[in-house]
Design a protein around this ligand. Structure first.
Ligand code: PLP
Length: 464
């Protein structure tokens, strides 16, 4: 197969570029972007490892792996080859029956998860969470506890765009104008040590952020609560890393009240956390694991809901409605499954999970000078991701303005690095820069990335 990314990027002439941009402005509805008649989006025409190239031929180091997902970078031809071969052999058959790539991938996911889990496939993280909610409610109903239908999740966390997954989301800005969403979702404060919702310090902390979950279960009535859903670390909501014992305590609380634990690994999964899955850093076993994004390194849409095998027993009942009545035409697409399997094989072969851990440690060390900057309130790291919380000044901790955050991002872009931030989450708190680079990034590129971020924060800080 021809190696497209080894060709030099073809920059388009000004006229041709303008034509494409005009058509974009006329026809394309961009995700999350406020309308601007002069919107000038970055039109990416080519990928090259950890780098992307735009219409003008400018190269950018993608420090966000797209949307936290292109973990193997943009030019992994073994993935393209695996997809091509599967497309030629058997592109599609529904998972109402079966196909070999889904069987092989399910076995591989079990190896990665330390199963036994039963795997249900969809196409996106939102759908994986929707499937989880339905499975959990049906499980309880068929396990003799039909009143257990509520879910507990955390403020600041994102779980998806659909009516259930958005209801689980604890970000007011994402919900405005779309409510009412699905009923039955209750929120608790996040384990946010930098601005502890309980006014505690490291010394006085008694993990109130975990025990509030127990209180809420009791207040709601334990026999009405179906599950807690949480990411190992709140990612898109601002890289909010819990105290080390938090997740274990949540697991114990769930066990005490017969509440299931759904772990959303849509971002933290597949090596991003320095382990295969984020929860493996905390020594707990989830009842349900949802995953997407890195499952195919974003080369094709695919997601999965992994359900602890014992729970699946409730679906074996001899009753006409005992099975999970949920179909997803494209879910578990054969080509996506084959590509996913190749993704996991390459990650094993190249030891990318271990490399992720090593890269994360390097990134922490490289960004150390930022701890001295008055506009940096906090920096949080988890595996190979980072959140840099910007403030007006370190003393009063007032969140930096959107304008200031925008200036840092623009300064990075000017220097050739694309970074992210928590966008449209909770009012006035979209002040966390995010980094989640491809796991295949070189040491040299990582050093460049860190240098650019430091210089850009300094530049924005110097201009007030
Ligand atoms: N869960 C988490 C933690 C996410 O970050 C996302 C998306 O960013 C989702 C779920 C939803 O995934 P998708 O956008 O694939 O529907």
């Amino acid at each position: 197969m021809e190696n497209y990314s080894s060709r030099p990027a073809k920059a388009l002439g000004k006229e041709e570029r303008e034509r494409w941009l005009d058509k974009d402005r006329q026809y394309v509805w961009h995700q999350m972007q406020p309308y601007a008649s002069s919107l000038n989006p970055l039109v990416i025409t080519q990928g090259d490892g950890a780098w992307v190239i735009d219409l003008e031929g400018n190269r950018y180091l993608d420090a966000m792996s797209g949307l936290w997902c292109v973990n193997l970078g943009y030019s992994e031809h073994e993935l393209a080859q695996a997809a091509y071969e599967q497309l030629c052999r058997m592109p599609y058959y529904p998972l109402t029956q079966s196909h070999l790539p889904a069987i092989a991938l399910s076995e591989k996911l079990n190896e990665w998860l330390g199963g036994p889990y039963r795997i249900f496939y969809s196409n996106s993280g939102s759908e994986a969470n929707e499937a989880a909610f339905k499975i959990v409610r049906q499980y309880h109903a068929q396990n003799g506890q039909p009143t257990r239908w509520k879910f507990i999740s955390r403020y600041r966390a994102y779980h998806g765009n659909s009516f259930g997954a958005l209801a689980a989301t604890g970000q007011a800005v994402r919900k405005q104008n779309y409510e009412p969403l699905s009923p039955g979702f209750v929120h608790v404060p996040p384990p946010y040590c930098y601005r502890c919702p309980f006014g505690k310090t490291q010394e006085s902390c008694r993990l109130e952020c975990a025990s509030i979950i127990e209180e809420v279960i009791r207040w709601e009535g334990p026999d009405t609560v179906a599950a807690v859903i949480m990411e190992p670390v709140i990612t898109g909501g601002g890289v909010i890393v819990p105290p080390p014992e938090y997740m274990k305590q949540v697991r114990e609380i769930c066990d005490r009240y017969g509440v299931l634990l759904i772990v959303d690994e849509v971002i933290c999964g597949f090596g991003r956390s320095g382990r295969r899955f984020g929860h493996q850093n905390f020594g707990i076993r989830p009842d349900v694991v949802t995953m997407a994004k890195g499952i195919t390194s974003a080369y094709l849409p695919l997601s999965a809901t992994a359900v602890w095998a014992e729970l699946f027993d409730a679906f074996k009942e001899d009753h006409p409605y005992a099975h999970f009545r949920h179909v997803n035409t494209f879910g578990g697409n054969a080509t996506a499954c084959a590509l996913s399997l190749k993704t996991l094989e390459l990650m094993d072969e190249r030891k990318l999970v271990e490399r992720s851990r090593e890269l994360g440690e390097k990134l922490q060390a490289l960004l150390k000078p930022l701890w001295d900057h008055d506009n940096v309130g906090d920096m949080r790291f988890f595996g190979f991701m980072a959140g840099i919380e910007l403030v007006g000044n370190r003393k009063d901790k007032k969140p930096a303005s959107a304008e200031f955050v925008g200036r840092v991002i623009a300064a990075c872009k000017k220097r050739g690095v694309l970074i992210g931030k928590n966008s449209d989450t909770v009012p006035e708190m979209n002040n966390v820069l995010t980094l989640s680079p491809p796991l295949i990034i070189s040491d040299r590129d990582l050093e460049f990335l860190a240098r650019v971020v430091i210089e850009s924060v300094q530049e924005a800080g110097a201009s007030g």
